[in-house]
Write a protein that binds this ligand. Structure first.
Ligand code: EPZ
Length: 437
């Protein structure tokens, strides 16, 4: 009996995107060749869309990927009184003071990143009610660092009936030292501080390119920020911001996934419209394994490798190896000569893809934060597998590209959260892949 989600798991909006019975069927054995363009980064577009709440008027965003999570964000912005219009990959958000400042559970449960409306609502309107997100497949993913940040900036915070209730006459700048690097926490702190009174210094800040892109947009709106991309970010609060226009930074995780797709099939693939520097942790490791890598100003090419050997990775905050490419890289290591030790240093449960890869014949021994992969070229054979989270689903598609026979990846609504038409992009490179219902 195929494992499928029961329909009651989904609200009507979910079904607009992809039927929970949708699967992707990929027939292994084709080498991928050619060029494909990266889309805008989901994890930059999400905080930047929420940043529009910081200023009334018309915000214009280009290169916004067409994804479920972006749709969820659009729905939340509309629930907060904004008007959101999309034409292709351009999204226009018209912001007017929201009727109420509530991010309801039925929207937040679909997307944890909804917590990113807390900082903007609180600093702009002095109040916010945001549903607690609940856990997710890759770990508990608490929001304590977000809440502590708002308290440090002077907010009164209560947790009532599953909601974070935050109030503050006006936030007051302060020193925020994060005990661990948090991308979302840094982004919420940035968005709260730009309209706070006085100076805020964020220490142990996340350096991810998506955080830098958010800071870039905030500065276009008139915010006064220094140090984005480094561990210490200083913000001078201002009284008012203006709407602006911004093109979202290319998605380094999608770009890395597409490079691994080329590599795992022994083909030659160029990913265009990307920023090679943002991919260095991955491309350095691929070169270590024996893949030829060529970079130009806005493209990266992985060349053909008849054989490659295993290597160890340990995920860590940028510029370290990204946790969002761990599952995809593990699929690549199942085909390497020799063993690889994969250490997940960010999330406590991000090996959900391991058992599914094992169903395809991979030889992987998972422990708590470490998995040992014993590579064997051609060792995978098709089987029905189930996606559990966004990047795990990508990993299963990549494995399907080299598994003998037809691999069916179920529950690919996870994939649609973070990849824009992945099956079409892979098919354009020569993959035998299709979406079936
Ligand atoms: C962002 O999540 C990304 N999501 C994730 O991408 C990415 O995996 C993660 O950063 C790490 O790079 C978006 O940007 C929308 P964190 P975020 O706060 O901000 C703990 C994908 O596949 N923590 O940097 O939620 C947390 O549990 C997604 O696109 C706390 O303990 O990640 C984790 O162990 C998956 N308390 C660590 O910090 C908090 O208040 C890093 O999390 C917040 C986080």
């Amino acid at each position: 009996m195929r494992n499928v989600a029961c329909l009651s798991d989904f609200s009507s909006e979910d079904l607009e995107w992809s039927d929970p019975l949708d699967s992707i069927v990929v027939t292994g054995g084709r080498q991928l060749h050619g060029s494909v363009a990266a889309s805008g980064a989901k994890n930059a577009a999400l905080p930047i869309l929420f940043a529009s709440l910081l200023a009334d008027g018309r915000h214009t965003f280009e290169r916004v990927p067409i994804l479920r999570d972006i749709d969820s964000t659009d729905q939340l912005l509309e629930a907060l009184g904004c008007r959101v219009a999309r034409e292709g990959t351009t999204v226009v958000v018209d912001v007017a003071s929201p009727r109420d400042k509530v991010a309801p559970y039925d929207l937040v449960r679909k997307m944890r990143a909804s917590i990113l409306c807390l900082g903007p609502l609180l600093t702009r309107y002095g109040e916010a009610r945001v549903s607690l997100p609940g856990g997710c497949a890759i770990g508990s993913r608490p929001i304590d660092l977000h809440v502590e940040t708002m308290r440090k900036l002077g907010a009164d915070i209560d947790i009532e009936e599953g909601y974070v209730i935050a109030r503050a006459k006006r936030l007051v700048g302060d020193r925020i030292l994060f005990e661990k690097v948090t991308v979302g926490g840094t982004e919420n702190a940035l968005m709260a501080a730009v309209l706070a009174q006085g100076t805020t210094v964020i220490e142990n800040a996340a350096k991810e390119p998506e955080v830098v892109d958010l800071a870039r947009y905030l500065k276009k709106m008139g915010a006064r920020i220094e140090g984005e991309g480094r561990s210490i970010i200083t913000i001078e609060g201002v009284d008012e911001l203006q709407p602006a226009r911004h093109a979202i930074v290319p998605d380094r995780i999608e770009a890395g996934t597409l490079l691994i797709a080329g590599a795992i099939t022994g083909g030659r693939v160029t990913v265009e419209d990307c920023i090679p520097e943002h991919l260095e942790a991955l491309t350095d490791k691929m070169q270590e394994c024996g893949f030829p890598i060529e970079t130009k100003a806005t493209s990266v090419t992985v060349g053909e490798a008849a054989q490659w050997h295993g290597t160890d990775i340990s995920t860590s905050p940028y510029p370290g190896f990204p946790t969002d490419l761990q599952a995809q890289f593990m699929a690549l290591m199942t085909q390497a000569r020799g063993s690889s030790v994969v250490t997940e240093g960010i999330f406590e449960n991000r090996f959900m893809h391991v058992q599914e890869l094992v169903r395809l014949g991979a030889d992987i021994t998972p422990m708590t934060q470490v998995a040992v992969v014993r590579g064997k070229r051609g060792g995978l054979s098709a089987a029905p597998v189930m996606a559990t989270d966004l990047r795990a689903s990508a990993s299963l598609v990549l494995a399907g590209l080299v598994a003998a026979g037809e691999t069916e990846v179920n529950r690919i609504y996870h994939l649609d959260r973070g990849y824009e038409r992945l099956e079409e992009k892979l098919a354009s490179l020569g993959a035998d892949i299709r979406r079936v219902n």
